[in-house]
Design a protein around this ligand. Structure first.
Ligand code: BES
Ligand code: ZN
Ligand code: ZN
Length: 497
């Protein structure tokens, strides 16, 4: 059964619910806060209890209090929001995830919660509502295709407290947006978590086809051949499963302001090809389509988000397998833009699929901006670790806009330079370019390789090799695919003018 969200504008002391959630900052309960209203109803018991238990409202702390019939709500929880000066939307998301865990523990079927942070006037209340919904819905995410969860959450309804009638519209809009974004992120997680045996290029294409409010076209192997995407096709050569070039198209109701092409790496499984990966490195390689998953997932909710721009979503999907027909190190292929590529390492396959997708996007769609997301290099994990994605490109305004969007969604991006001098690392003696650079700066040389296929279009490349997957769960993530970049790209499209 699904989790629903609603607005609650009645007086909080009369609301019937399994769990009523209020908050406090570091230090004390504010005079005008919901927590203070409840304390009064409970004849000062709340403050006494918090003091006794040394609960001072640090970010992420949560305290459950039984109301013993003194309120219509069965239980009250106080969520700590920490230092006011350090407050941001991520405090809300993480706090909301804590609320979900608590609701699950006490088997609450419905909860009513304050729109955390909405009282501060530093962040817009709609954004706070969005963050509450994202935190709860993403914390509730489970991958259940092959294994049913042991202790299921009983939670069915979450109501956001909004006594101020003037704010209802704003809170409602934030709530709806949060629902859509969590839904999209969850889809991206499902697509990544589904193993390659059940998630081949054609399966991803079938999911893309189901998307509402957009047009989707799938190009078959014969059509891909016709378009002369020799670089992309070389990756598919060793596979039994056909490739699928997925093209999704969203058009706003009014005249589009800008055209944006989004490309996601869709290597359904990366064995490395004949340059076979060692077993440990292969274990998580169903994740190598996380960029494509984020692209399909974003397009699945784009009609709900309704940006003012025309958006193309493209995925050159295939797996990378070793077989009798597989590309051999030393082979030379010709990309769609006519450039010849010497493939020295078949494990550097992502850039080969992206090269043709980038050229196709730039020349056929002529977008104002092209943004690509790819689990492109292990070197990115070495440089920035598991939680930060690298961003590079040829347009600083575009890069800065994406960094700003990522700051808001807390999916951090860090810019790396496309240092011209490193281009020589990609020189080949037999072809226009080779598909690997030297031993150092692998994320940058991969970016420089991609740049050869983008012509003059304003372009940003995001290497998500680190944050697309998590081993150690974050408050609103589970081990596995994270669905990273769905929320950031949505935020970017919202703010783009
Ligand atoms: N899919 C991998 C990159 C990757 C590694 C993603 C770890 C997520 C986690 C990519 O196709 C790859 O294998 N890249 C090689 C490039 C090298 C051969 C130049 C790498 O990073 O080792
Ligand atoms: Zn690879
Ligand atoms: Zn790969």
């Amino acid at each position: 059964m699904s989790l629903k969200f609603a607005i609650e504008s009645r007086n909080l002391t009369t609301i019937k619910t399994d769990l009523l959630v209020v908050n406090m900052h570091d230090g004390k309960v504010d005079a005008h806060s919901f927590a203070n209203q409840i304390d009064k109803k409970l004849s000062g018991e709340l403050k006494k209890l918090l003091k006794r238990e040394k609960f001072d409202g640090k970010a992420g702390q949560i305290k459950l209090i039984n109301t013993h019939g003194k309120l219509s709500a069965e239980n009250v929880a106080v969520l700590g929001l920490g230092d006011r000066k350090k407050f941001d939307l991520e405090v809300v998301r993480k706090g909301a995830a804590k609320v979900f865990q608590l609701a699950k523990e006490i088997h609450a079927q419905n909860i009513v919660t304050a729109v955390h942070g909405g009282h501060l006037n530093v962040v817009n209340k709609g954004d706070c509502a969005q963050a509450v919904v994202e935190g709860i819905k993403l914390a509730a995410y489970e991958f259940t295709l092959y294994k049913k969860p042991k202790n299921k959450s009983a939670l069915r309804l979450v109501s956001l407290l909004c006594p101020d009638k003037n704010k209802v519209k704003e809170v409602q809009a934030g709530m709806k947006r949060g629902e859509a974004l969590a839904e999209g992120t969850s889809l991206a997680r499902d697509l990544v978590n589904t193993p390659a045996c059940d998630m081949q290029a054609e399966n991803l294409a079938a999911v893309a086809k189901k998307n509402k409010g957009i047009k989707t076209r799938i190009y078959s192997k014969a059509e891909i051949k016709k378009m002369k995407m020799g670089s992309y096709l070389s990756v598919n050569q060793g596979s039994d499963a056909p490739p699928a070039f997925i093209e999704m198209h969203y058009k706003p109701k009014t005249k589009p302001k800008k055209t944006v092409a989004i490309i996601g790496k869709g290597v359904m499984f990366d064995s490395g090809g004949l340059s076979l990966k060692p077993p440990k490195f292969m274990e998580t390689m169903k994740d190598d389509m996380a960029g494509g998953a984020a692209t399909v997932a974003l397009m699945s909710i784009i009609a709900k988000l309704a940006p003012k721009h025309e958006v193309w979503g493209l995925v050159a999907a295939t797996d990378n397998m070793p077989d009798a027909k597989a590309t051999k190190p030393g082979d030379v292929v010709t990309a769609m833009n006519g450039k010849t590529i010497e493939i020295l390492n078949t494990d550097a396959e992502g850039r080969l699929t992206m090269a043709d997708a980038l050229h196709y996007a730039c020349t056929r769609k002529k977008p104002d901006y092209v943004i690509d997301m790819a689990t492109l290099t292990g070197a990115c994990l070495v440089a920035l670790g598991q939680r930060i994605a690298a961003i590079m490109g040829n347009d600083d305004d575009l890069i800065q806009s994406l960094i700003a969007a990522a700051k808001k969604t807390h999916e951090p991006l860090w810019q790396l330079p496309l240092h011209e001098e490193y281009k020589k690392d990609l020189q080949s003696t037999v072809a226009d370019i080779k598909n690997i650079g030297g031993p150092y700066g692998g994320t940058i040389t991969a970016g420089l390789f991609l740049q050869e296929f983008v012509s003059n279009t304003k372009w940003a490349h995001i290497d998500i090799a680190g944050p697309s997957w998590t081993e150690a769960p974050y408050p609103y993530e589970k081990k596995g695919g994270t669905g990273v970049m769905v929320r950031t790209l949505a935020e970017f499209l919202k703010e783009l003018s």
